[in-house]
Ligand binder design. Structure first.
Ligand code: NAG
Ligand code: NAG
Ligand code: NAG
Ligand code: NAG
Length: 431
């Protein structure tokens, strides 16, 4: 059950504990608000972001620069390079992949725009939590989208002590477990507070706090235990490898303390995490994130080096992490950007590696499918725009996404506007 639990897949639903929470999505910061871009549009040659031509667009790169895409975070070089006279052609919308066109239908927008929010689907309802409205304002309530009549409603408050972004979140189909996360706007510190929401009574209860707080850890229910792993450590940047679990039943912890489990091979926040056919999967993510500027009274976000990756890890009976085929490209900020449909996880948008020249964050405009039986990845479609920290649901043949932060336009994949828009497309997967 879990995030999905559509009726069409009641069998699947039992197998899938969905959840995940990724919460975080981060990177809000400078880019978020800096409305004026350092990116010089004159350098970009046309690009209509058409699927067939997406890799044929051009960007000018100095020919005497042999820098790798993973070059260190010396942002200043970007300006120098942009001004360089001697140029050659490189892919413009960095790393857009060829993908089929999908027909998207615009639905009613969410009551508020949200970046780094969290979402859980239970049957025909999508519960949407928290998130930044602006870098200086965070939401502390829940909105609900009803897939049956395609309307928003049912707003209610979160507990005062609950984190506002970078949450870990998962459901068993009735109770929603809410783990740790960032408390407050900008790049404030995390809380270890953990809660459970009974969606039938709308009542919240406390749970034992995590041993230490984390930002956007991978979170799932598996074999009767709430698992929490990875994420960023207390400074928001350093990847955590720790993995804990707590036995839970019907919205209650049935142990007093979290238990240490096998650490995850690679740490960091903003990953998709699912349980399917009794196996636990952790997909994508990043190492590093924005941090609070030292001494800033408002904990102003300041950008740090990040590495986005495409790694996929799986735990089964052996309780040893196995490495599975990687995503078609590195992808992060996808903790609530997925749905389980038939035997696949479908992932919507995200962020990929930074632009090789401008070093700016690059958003993802594709929908990915990972067939959990065949372990094959495919790129199954294009989004209306590139967008990160989407909140995704699936209901009766329709794939929905809402919220997040979208790109500056077809020719500029850097993040700009925080959105509340809701879109859907009719999904048809190949098996
Ligand atoms: C675009 O991508 C396709 C598929 O990967 C490839 O066959 C084609 O050569 C690429 N075109 C350009 C101009 O790079
Ligand atoms: C750039 O790298 C290529 C291939 O590694 C090499 O052949 C070329 O000489 C390098 N150019 C410069 C300017 O370093
Ligand atoms: C969702 O919409 C349907 C159709 O209008 C309605 O019957 C149902 O009560 C709604 N669910 C909730 C929880 O509001
Ligand atoms: C899921 O599988 C069923 C049965 O094979 C099929 O009819 C349906 O179209 C599939 N759903 C999607 C979204 O592809």
């Amino acid at each position: 059950m879990v995030r999905q639990a559509g009726k069409q897949s009641s069998g699947t639903a039992r197998l899938v504990l969905l959840c995940v929470g990724l919460l975080g999505i981060g990177l809000v910061a400078d880019l978020f608000w800096a409305s004026s871009s350092r990116f010089d549009p004159s350098l970009s040659i046309s690009n209509n972001w058409s699927p067939r031509f997406s890799n044929a667009t051009a960007f000018l790169l100095p020919s005497n620069s042999n820098q790798s895409h993973e070059s260190p975070s010396n942002h200043k070089d970007a300006n120098v390079e942009e001004k360089s006279k001697d140029k050659r052609v490189l892919s413009a919308t960095y790393a857009d992949l060829p993908a089929p066109e999908l027909k998207w239908q615009k639905m009613a927008a969410a009551p508020v725009p949200r970046l780094d929010g969290a979402a859980i689907q239970i049957k025909n309802l999508l519960y949407v939590f928290a998130g930044y409205g602006t870098i200086d304002y965070v939401h502390s309530h829940v909105d609900i989208y009803n897939f049956t009549d395609n309307t928003w409603g049912g707003r209610f408050d979160m507990p005062k002590e609950m984190a506002h972004s970078h949450l870990g979140m998962v459901t068993d189909g009735r109770y929603i477990y809410v783990v740790t996360g960032q408390y407050g706007p900008q790049c404030r510190g995390p809380t270890a507070h953990t809660f459970v929401l009974d969606t039938e009574t709308k009542k919240w209860r406390d749970m034992p706090p995590l041993p230490v707080p984390r930002y956007a850890p991978a979170t799932q229910l598996w074999r009767g235990r709430l698992h929490v792993m990875g994420g960023s450590k207390e400074n928001r940047h350093t990847p955590g490898l720790e993995h804990w679990s707590l036995a839970v039943k019907e919205g209650k912890a049935i142990e007093k303390e979290w238990r240490s489990e096998i650490p995850i091979p690679r740490g960091g926040p903003h990953r998709a995490c699912v349980v399917f056919k009794d196996r636990l999967y952790v997909i994508g993510g990043q190492e590093g994130d924005f941090m609070a500027k030292p001494g800033s009274p408002i904990f102003k976000c300041s950008r740090r080096n990040e590495v986005v990756y495409s790694d996929v890890y799986m735990l089964d009976d052996e309780m040893k992490w196995k490495t599975l085929p990687p995503m078609p490209k590195p992808d992060s900020h996808i903790e609530f950007a997925w749905a389980i449909v038939n035997n696949s996880i479908v992932i919507v948008g995200g962020t990929t590696e930074k632009h090789p020249i401008t070093k700016k964050m690059v958003l993802v405009g594709e929908v990915f499918q990972f067939n959990l039986d065949t372990l094959k990845w495919s790129v199954i479609g294009k989004l209306p725009y590139r967008v990160k920290t989407t909140l995704v649901g699936y209901w009766q043949g329709w794939l929905y996404f809402t919220s997040g932060q979208r790109d500056k336009g077809p020719t500029d994949p850097a993040p700009r506007k925080v959105i509340g828009e809701m879109w859907r497309t009719k999904l048809q997967l190949n098996s």
